[in-house]
Write a protein that binds this ligand. Structure first.
Ligand code: PMP
Length: 426
């Protein structure tokens, strides 16, 4: 029989005495027991929004959910059945902490498209690249260590860095991604201040949320700067194969295998529900990652790995990625045309791949303040504040064009323009 935990009594010594703390204690009797590292954990602005934004009457330009209707569901269903019928004892069993060997070999084929030449032993399969971010941070970051990240940065990575009590220092990007001179200045300043920088976190292709890509010529410069400062590069690349009219750019990892940790994912090229991603890391780092992953989850899901592996070996995955690219290009076109028609007083970039447009609002407007009124007007987005460690960025919003149909995107932007017009009259 399991016994219920007994909450500490409020009146006992050592418990908070202020009325706010006492109120908190009443709401959560374990309040004083949480580890320090939980203090930075907070619900992401995106997640809090999902409940409202998922209502059918709201056009959600908020979430980054892939549009899966184009997937051959019958084929995928047959595959799942076949995996269980023919390899059920493996699929439903525990597996290797590093991940299925056949899948790791197939991952090499995917990465070759971006110039990465690796060995199956170099790959660790993870539960999405989100787990990879967690593992990398867990093995490298002590409380107070600095992680340098683009301004703005993927909200889910900021959440991980916060959870491990890192201090994130943003470094600027422009239309060509990370600015090498600014990165040099950021790292030099941090070194002069005696700060320990552990990681440079970057999304080099079709950035989330900014939509930009790191220019090919800058990739070696960024790498050289990071190496000179003794900083490991974490290259997070879930969107790299989703370019609309551009060939995949060479990964930073293709330039160096000692100073780069590369994160990949099948979430955007197949489907996120499988929760399969991977890390490629230098040998010693990889060993630590496997140990960390084993302590967190024992092993990634064999059922998911075999489903992906069978999909890769029996389906036209390159054709599926091409279909995704066309689908997302059409949605990107709808988004930028609607912005030009309805919101000409804002400014935005035209991404050449991925899921996101980064919009700067007209002077004086605050995307976070405006959000409740937008949701009332049945349109949702993510305010720029979610993508900055210090909550700045209120003059921007991220608009995702991946999920709604082109008609819904046009309608969403039309509604958004109405909200913006209303704000300017306030
Ligand atoms: N990195 C980036 C930049 C992302 O946009 C996402 C998903 N939105 C992830 C990592 C996590 O992806 P997953 O865990 O599904 O592989």
């Amino acid at each position: 029989m399991t016994s219920q935990p007994v909450p500490p009594r409020e009146t006992s010594g050592g418990h908070p005495t202020s009325s706010a703390a006492a109120a908190g204690t009443r709401l959560d009797p374990w309040l004083s027991s949480y580890a320090d590292r939980t203090h930075g954990m907070r619900s992401s602005e995106i997640r809090a929004l999902f409940a409202v934004a998922n209502r059918p009457e709201v056009v959600s330009l908020a979430g980054g959910m892939p549009f899966l209707d184009g997937l051959p569901m019958d084929v995928i269903g047959d595959l799942a059945q076949r995996v269980v019928a023919t390899r059920g004892l493996q699929a439903l069993q525990y597996g290797s902490g590093q991940g299925d060997e056949t899948l790791r070999e197939q991952i090499l084929d995917v990465m070759r498209l971006e110039g990465i030449d690796a060995h199956p032993d170099d790959v660790v399969v993870t539960t999405g690249s989100q787990q990879a971010l967690d593992l990398v941070t867990r093995i490298f970051v002590d409380p107070g260590d600095v992680v340098v990240a683009e301004a703005p940065s993927y909200v889910g990575a900021l959440g991980v860095f916060r959870a491990y009590q890192a201090d994130v220092v943003h470094t600027p990007i422009d239309a060509d991604g990370l600015v090498p001179e600014a990165l040099e200045a950021t790292l030099t300043e941090l070194a002069a201040a005696g700060r320990r920088v552990k990681l440079l976190y970057t999304v080099p292709n079709f950035h989330n949320p900014a939509g930009v890509s790191l220019a090919v010529a800058r990739r070696s410069q960024v790498l050289e700067i990071a190496q000179r400062h003794g900083v490991l590069v974490v290259e997070d690349n879930p969107y790299g194969l989703l370019g609309f009219d551009v060939e995949p750019r060479p990964a930073i990892r293709s330039l160096d295998d000692a100073g780069v940790i590369y994160l990949g994912s099948f979430s955007k090229t197949i489907a996120p529900g499988y929760r399969v991603g991977w890390v490629v890391a230098p040998h010693a780092v990889r060993e630590k990652l496997v140990l960390a992953s084993e302590s967190a989850i024992l092993c990634p899901s064999n059922a998911s790995q075999l489903a992906i592996s069978t999909y890769l070996s029996t389906c036209d995955w390159r054709g599926q990625i091409k279909a995704y690219r066309e689908q997302y290009r059409e949605r990107r076109d709808a988004m930028v045309a609607a912005l030009a028609e309805h919101l000409p007083e804002a400014s935005w970039n035209v991404p050449d791949g991925g899921f996101y447009t980064w919009v700067r609002l007209p002077e004086g407007l605050d995307a976070k303040d405006m959000l409740p009124r937008a949701v009332t007007a049945r349109v949702a987005y993510v305010p720029g504040t979610a993508f900055y460690f210090d909550g700045s960025g209120a003059d921007h919003m991220r608009l995702s064009f991946c999920y709604p149909t082109p008609e819904r995107i046009r309608e969403g932007v039309r509604r958004l323009a109405g909200v913006v017009a209303g704000e300017r009259e306030l």
